[in-house]
Ligand binder design. Sequence first.
Ligand code: ADP
Ligand code: MG
Length: 615
Amino acid sequence: MESKDLIIGIDLGTTNSLAAAVLDQGPVALRVDGKSPIIPSVLSRQEGHWAVGQEARELRTIAPERTVFSVKRLMGRDHGELAAELPRLPYAVQPAQRGLVKVHIGEEAFTPQELSAEILSAVKRNAEEALGRPVARAVITVPAYFDDAQRQATRDAGRIAGLEVVRIINEPTAAAIAYGLDEGQRGTVAVYDLGGGTFDVSVLQLSEKVFKVLATGGDTHLGGDDFDALLAAEMMRRVQQRQPGLSLAGPLASQLFRKTAELVKIDLSRALETEYRLDLPALGLACQERFTRVEFEALIAPLVDTTIGTCRATLAKAGKRPDEIADVVLVGGSSRIPLVRARVRELFGRAPNIAIDPDEVVAIGAGIQGHLLAGGRRDYVLLDVIPLSLGIETLGGTFSKLITANTTIPAEATEVFTTYVDDQTGVELNIYQGEREFVKDCRNLGRFRLRGIPPMPAGLPKVHVTFLVDTNGILTVSAREERSGQAAAIDVIPSHGLTAGEIERIMDESVAHAQEDMTRRQLVEFRNMAEAVFRGIDKVWDQAREMLGEAELAAIRAQMDTVRRQAVLDEPLALKREMDRLGELTRPLADAIMSKAALQELRRFFRDHGGVEMV
Ligand code: ADP
Ligand code: MG
């Protein structure tokens, strides 16, 4: 797409902002060199110019009167409307002409639009660096409850930042679009957005592919910051209890506790328990502590319950019961907290949509909207089905599928594989994606080794291989050998970097090559089988000489040569015929010498799979 046609999406948040766009690989948040796409919505005036983003965020406690955050709260509001807001802000906000406000820093004064424009400029620059080309147009999101003045102020900010604001859309609508819910037939969607400083819930009604806002609710002062504050206070209480003499007043200590609290909080979304250090030599503070998820949940439960109460009230306002909601979408960094997810799930009686990163989902929806407005098609991969079959490489480069294309996510499958030579103590699992019979025609997703299998005859080890695709589309492949309990696992993202066009091509090719692939695959399987049978015959040859007559032995050897000659030709059925003949000739051997169990294993192994490649 030409850069002049590109329309990016921007989530201009109270706490964080970021951009997204639809690229060849589908909708993505725009990031530079794998860094986070998120730019904190904070700016700090430093010697006549602005520091924006993470750098400014660090300055919040050090230079509070020069550092501006939560500008979004000021957008399009007059001084009277902000009466309740202003006492909370450490920087100076003064009335300006026509009832509007300006932020005063030293001798200078700035309108909220100008400040917002600085954030948008930083987002734009980041997007341009990520894309490697200029960006001129954007779709920007605002809360569903923003009035005309607030929307207009947002437009103005975009214009000041040098962006043509093609459209302003509601944040919850963007989130619903990101999940493709506007394409569906299903009626009512609830969007639960818990960010850093604000909580919003919206009930949307889909009609003719357009979302209408039925009701909104929320709390403009409830979010992750409050959780940080509660946690920081508790952490401080614990330190005080242990070291009663310590004075923890002052910005340095409070910044350290806040910062640590946020890290602990984020850790506890993942782990059940976390350890943290607090070091402040100036105050004589040095301690190591633990915090558990259970303790954290107890602290925040009342606030989380408040959000659930607001959801109930908003549903009532929309005239809907929880069970009338077809889809629930989670938005905002704080919606990652397991307790929040559990409570939302409880209320609506269904699993919320969480597949798309809650920090990115609004920007991604705006990016999709921009893409559609620019005349783009919705031809990228959605996350809710597995687009291409997933499996592992088996003997001779064949592809064994564990999960087939179009299985809905989450999905899980387990199969048992075995070794094909004696005393093999490790197997390599080579993971592929595709529709063909050979891995050389598929996409490699990764590999890992399972070691430490006790030496056993070929065909005896049982390696359970499990493929699990979670709701985020992440594939975990694990392998466990039954007797030894040895296990290993790997995570991969199968849809990463795949476009709808590519998937279509892969599917078409698999149909076109189906016959030829099948023939080649049979050939490989029969050749493998021949190899194994030859090895079996070699093993028992001494015993065979005692059991069979010269003529019978000669017939077997002659037939082995025939099989060898046939194996180099590309005729699987002819090879199979010669193999069967060899099988007839060696039957007395097999019956007499090989143990039943080993024989069965061998048969099962060849029937099911080609065996796993040897390390
Ligand atoms: P906003 O929409 O207000 O700009 P965001 O949606 O970016 O805010 O959310 C920011 C908040 O999410 C912060 O309070 C941050 O600490 C919190 N957050 C981010 N990741 C996690 C996580 N893994 N667990 C809990 N909270 C998180
Ligand atoms: Mg947000």
